[in-house]
Design a protein around this ligand. Sequence first.
Ligand SMILES: C[S@@+](CC[C@H](N)C(=O)[O-])C[C@H]1O[C@@H](n2cnc3c(N)ncnc32)[C@H](O)[C@@H]1O
Length: 220
Amino acid sequence: MSEELNCCVEMNGPTLDANYWNSQYISNTTGWDLGMPSPALVDIIDSIENKHLRILIPGCGNAYEAEYLLNAGFTDITLIDISAELVKKLQERFAENANIQVILGDFFELEGQFDLILEQTFFCAIQPFMREKYVHKMRGLLAENGMLAGLLFNRIFDKQGPPFGGSADEYNKLFADNGLKMVELKNCLNSVAPRANSEVFFKAIKINGDFESKNPCCKI
Ligand SMILES: C[S@@+](CC[C@H](N)C(=O)[O-])C[C@H]1O[C@@H](n2cnc3c(N)ncnc32)[C@H](O)[C@@H]1O
């Protein structure tokens, strides 16, 4: 992300819909793009033995992590992004590869079950009022023993988002209240330089038992 971490062109309360994100890709105002897989996500990927896990990357952007997964031999990768401009290019790029599926669509409408979901600057790209819905949706998409893992900003931004910031304490509560348990949440030690000391690395799993019946709003 360039580097005052401005994800996007400045606007006053933009509607963060498909048109908005598409226009960022068309005008090349993609300051969040690292141009390489995120080192922290690479560490997660390198730690996985089972190459057949069902892996989802929502709001995948230019899909450097997906490329890394493919090169590492993973066989079941799903990408979803709401920008038609981006997805068209990704679908062309991965057309010959049966191990990856690229979906044009809204994450909040996605159906499926995944063993691992990778988070990287997707959470910070959605409006904060959508955060509960984000956690509910992640919970619904996770298989029984699935895991959501990745990076979240641990800072507040001066300017109108995206990116929208937050804090580790806030995320802990948000996730627990909405059916996911943080099993790891710590300062990220291998952030890219412009994000140093401003990200937390996390792993979250489903809170089991009768969470849904006690919390009916969590049914997606
Ligand atoms: C800040 S960018 C991050 C892209 C990528 N994760 C990265 O780190 O380079 C946010 C991405 O989420 C996508 N996005 C935003 N809202 C979405 C939604 N509701 N469903 C799917 N993708 C969405 C945008 O099109 C954009 O590619």
